[in-house]
Design a protein around this ligand. Sequence first.
Ligand code: URA
Length: 282
Amino acid sequence: MATEDRAELLAALEWQFEMGVDEAIGEKPVDRTRLAPEPRRSQHVQVAPKRASAQAEPLPLMPTRSTSPVPVSAGNISRGENEPARAIAKAMAERCDDLEALRAAMDAFEFCDLKKGARNFVFSDGNPDARLMIVGEAPGREEDQKGFPFVGRAGRLLDRMFESIGLARSSPNPGSAIYITNVIPWRPPNNRDPTAEEVRMLMPFVERHVELADPEVIVLMGNTACGAILGRKGITRLRGHWTEALGKPVMPMFHPAALLRDGLKKRESWSDLLAIGERLSA
Ligand code: URA
């Protein structure tokens, strides 16, 4: 292959990577420019819930849909053009009477563009009756492939951390189990941070998730979870201090991915784990 061809191909590959195309999902390439165009979506879309409840009311109409990548900044989840989508998320979440209904409603939610780029919808893992619920940020590559939260390298560390205080996602006993979810159920392209608008749009689902799982204690893993649920960021200051949110005691902790980057943080996380263990045994 000529050097210029190789350089051109590499430049094209780099460009694709920057656009978020960071893995092959099929054996053969598909030239989508040659496929027949999909039928246009109407500007007014009504979302039908998958699981109708007896006193179901019509959901609000969605006037337009669009997203803009606004980076999440400390605690200020901005209001914007996704407010109608958030209203729909709220209406859908409120109709769910159990976790299975919530899983189905979220899976059917069509207004978050992250869904288009994700391979799998990632809802939760562990024991839904657990006394402890962990809320992380968003699926990464392995979570997207397998459809479960925290199953990559950071997830394996998370399992070891909680096993050290006698808790495991596989435990059938609520007292020694954990239940795990994320603020965002679809993998952001290239593992970028979720935007403020994406977080705000999906928060009604997270709130309902906590309400239905009804844990005794919540652990927030990292800044995105803190920004979403506490409305505050700054994990270095927040971690290790019990606070309250959604009517529950909440412990913010360093995200396990941060511990993989900086092993010195493990000491503080160990102290946070002991505080959680103490609280659960009180
Ligand atoms: N990081 C998260 O916050 N959640 C996951 O599910 C995986 C990695």
